[in-house]
Design a protein around this ligand. Structure first.
Ligand code: TYD
Length: 232
């Protein structure tokens, strides 16, 4: 295969020959945490994250959210619109966990109602610091359309995960612009970039299992995929 135009920590992005406005995104059997300082290669993981992402992107598209998703190729590859990625990670929080617990006096499990939206710089070399909306604007990026889209997406996710018996704690989104300057949802939508707790508990079905060495992510992610595939 040709060399990737972009090599992420767990995904690679390739041009699509003859289709200048499309890319393929290949999901690898790899998981990382702590900005790449912990790495493992769990078999089947790429395929499971790709398939979960595909189901969730399709659900969002059906609900009128504009995304980069066009389809899948095989089990581990998504065909997507080519975008210029906004260098800001957008995080939505419904329950306190992770960095908000480490950097504030909120305790894990505190309900956050209404949900909040946060912005982090997408730059591993700077360790992805928290940004203020003013700083995002100073970078020449209007945070408002991303905030509006993120809150709409959260509403759709709440409905989806409630049907699966899962509490959606938080999740990370990335956005990008197409050649017409339209803002589209990008990246992946999988338990690698979400916190998913079994309803009413703090039992994780997400990457915290790897971060905290608390269980098999492939088994947990597969349960999420099964639940998605068995939705009525
Ligand atoms: P956050 O609590 O800010 O960071 P961490 O999990 O590293 O303590 O993360 C909030 C959500 O966003 C969580 O579900 C993980 C996800 N996320 C990513 O997918 N990538 C990232 O680079 C970051 C910082 C978070």
């Amino acid at each position: 295969m040709e060399s990737p135009i972009l090599q992420g920590k767990v995904k690679s992005v390739y041009d699509v020959p003859g289709e200048a406005d499309k890319v393929s995104i290949v999901f690898h059997d790899k998981v990382t945490a702590w900005n790449g300082r912990a790495v493992e290669y769990p078999p089947e993981k790429g395929k499971i994250c790709c398939l979960i992402s595909a189901v969730i992107f399709q659900m969002l598209e059906k609900n009128g959210i504009k995304t980069h998703f066009l389809g899948t190729k095989g089990f581990d590859t998504m065909l997507c619109r080519k975008l210029t990625i906004v260098p800001v990670e957008v995080i939505v929080r419904n329950i306190a966990a992770g960095s908000i617990v480490k950097t504030t006096h909120l305790t894990e499990g505190t309900l956050i109602q209404p949900a909040i939206v946060e912005y982090f710089l997408k730059d591993d070399a700077k360790d992805d610091p928290l940004l203020t909306p003013d700083r995002v604007a100073l970078m020449g990026i209007n945070p408002e359309p991303m905030r509006d889209a993120a809150l709409k997406i959260n509403n759709h996710f709440q409905i989806l995960f409630a049907q699966l018996g899962i509490d959606l704690v938080d999740f990370k989104l990335e956005f990008g612009h197409d050649s017409g300057q339209n803002l589209l949802l990008a990246d992946e939508l999988s338990p690698d970039s979400m916190r998913l707790w079994k309803e009413g508990t703090s039992e994780s079905y997400d990457k915290d299992l790897f971060r905290k060495d608390k269980g098999d992510i492939v088994e947990a992610y597969n349960q999420i995929l099964d639940k998605l595939n068995n939705l009525p």
